[in-house]
Design a binder for this molecule. Structure first.
Ligand SMILES: Cc1ncc(COP(=O)(O)O)c(C=O)c1O
Length: 391
């Protein structure tokens, strides 16, 4: 049989039908599962027989989501978590020990930077941040105790493209784990495992849900790493609820069609902003202005649903532009059907000091648009009217 396509896998991977013969998978809202006998319970606990025990460990809805995500990402194994940050933190806490060293790109989600600087550093792990686009900086940052490399590509919020193949090669040469947060691209546009990633992290809250309803996360990748992450999660408890797993698995059924539209709408917004006289520069992975365009085109099949730009007039102009938007939502999420405007310097990256912000590309005039699935004419009209009135 020919290998099934992305869309078919996303729709047709589902839990075994129950004897009710349902077409749509039910939600298994149960905290625990029963045993056939006392002997069965004992065998399950000894690991001699496989069965669901308790929803902090496994649940059919979570298992379906894991199986689907592994197939879509081309990953050996996986697990799901209560949120994207639970996935990020679990991957660090389960795999890094006191005395280890981690190198991270500077251009990552503000909260991930905070977790590294505070909680991971406090565990006795040395943390180094590098300019992810500079391969020499990566190469010289490795130490004998470098256990992990962590990147986002495209990154939050500057949409910077990093060369996964080259960074992956460095990780292999130094025997370090290569971990990629693939939240902005989704497996539909980019599969980091193909470029050498050992781990792929997701905030499923974003495009995987796609409708701004539930939180969720995932860690996918090499089995021996996932075993350690699963052990950490099962014992410490940031497991995904069956209901959220059900929502996310259903949402994956439409990921491909949603992403196609997010990408075409975002490309049109990028073109519009790029031509606007009051915009200093735009950031969009597949736009000719991306200094890493070649790499972005090799890694991603389309440019994604997020666009950034620096508006002339700094933070006060961005605030006035945001206050004039009638269609766009001002909210912390992204990857929603609804278009969203975010000012990273005063929200998602506000915990950084000014120097750190500038180092991470977060200037006062920089804004990020999560381009939704409304009609493109309405999206552009809203941006245009608000830019006009905010002069
Ligand atoms: C790139 C990236 N990774 C991880 C997260 C954290 O995800 P969550 O909000 O689901 O915890 C976010 C949230 O914005 C993000 O943008």
């Amino acid at each position: 049989m020919q290998k099934r396509h992305f869309e078919t896998i996303a729709i047709r991977t589902q839990s075994k039908q129950t004897d009710q013969k349902e077409h749509s998978v039910p939600v298994f809202m149960t905290s625990s599962f029963t045993y056939d006998s006392a002997e069965h319970a004992s065998a399950v606990f000894k690991g001699e027989q496989k069965a669901n025990v308790y929803s902090r460990y496994t649940n059919p809805n979570c298992e379906e989501l894991v199986q689907k995500l592994c197939l879509l990402e081309g990953a050996e194994s996986g697990m799901v978590t209560a949120s994207g940050m639970a996935a990020v933190y679990t991957s660090f806490a389960a795999l890094l020990n006191s005395g280890d060293h981690i190198i991270s790109s500077k251009r990552i989600f503000g909260n991930s930077t905070y977790v590294l600087q505070k909680f991971i550093a406090e565990r006795g792990v040395e943390v180094t941040f590098v300019d992810g686009t500079d391969l020499d900086e990566w190469a010289s940052a490795f130490r004998p105790n470098t256990a992990m490399i962590y990147i986002e590509t495209p990154s939050n919020p500057t949409l910077t493209t990093l060369d996964m193949r080259k960074i992956g090669e460095l990780c292999k040469a130094h025997n370090s784990i290569f971990s990629v947060d693939n939240c902005f691209a989704t497996p539909y546009l980019q599969q980091p495992v193909k470029f050498g990633a050992d781990l792929v992290i997701h905030s499923a809250t974003k495009y995987i849900d796609g409708q701004g309803r539930v939180l969720g996360g995932a860690i996918l990748g090499r089995s021996e790493l996932i075993v350690k992450c699963s052990d950490f999660l099962r014992r410490t408890g940031a497991s995904l609820s069956p209901f959220n797993a059900w929502v996310l698995s259903k949402s994956l059924e439409t990921l491909a069609v949603r992403m196609d539209r997010h990408c075409s709408n975002a490309a049109a917004v990028a073109d519009y902003l790029n031509k606007h006289s009051e915009v200093d520069y735009i950031t969009y992975p597949h736009h000719p202005s991306n200094p890493q365009l070649d790499i972005a085109q090799q890694q991603m099949s389309q440019g994604g649903g997020l666009v950034g730009c620096q508006l002339q007039g700094g933070a006060s102009r961005v605030m006035s532009f945001f206050n004039g938007l009638k269609l766009h939502s001002l909210t912390a999420n992204l990857g929603d059907t609804r278009s969203i405007a975010t000012h990273p310097a005063t929200t998602t990256h506000s915990k950084m000091n000014t120097e750190e912000q500038l180092d991470a590309g977060v200037t006062p005039g920089y804004l990020r648009l999560s381009v939704g699935l409304e009609h493109i004419d309405d999206i552009l009209e809203d941006i245009e009217q608000s830019l006009r009135q905010s002069r």
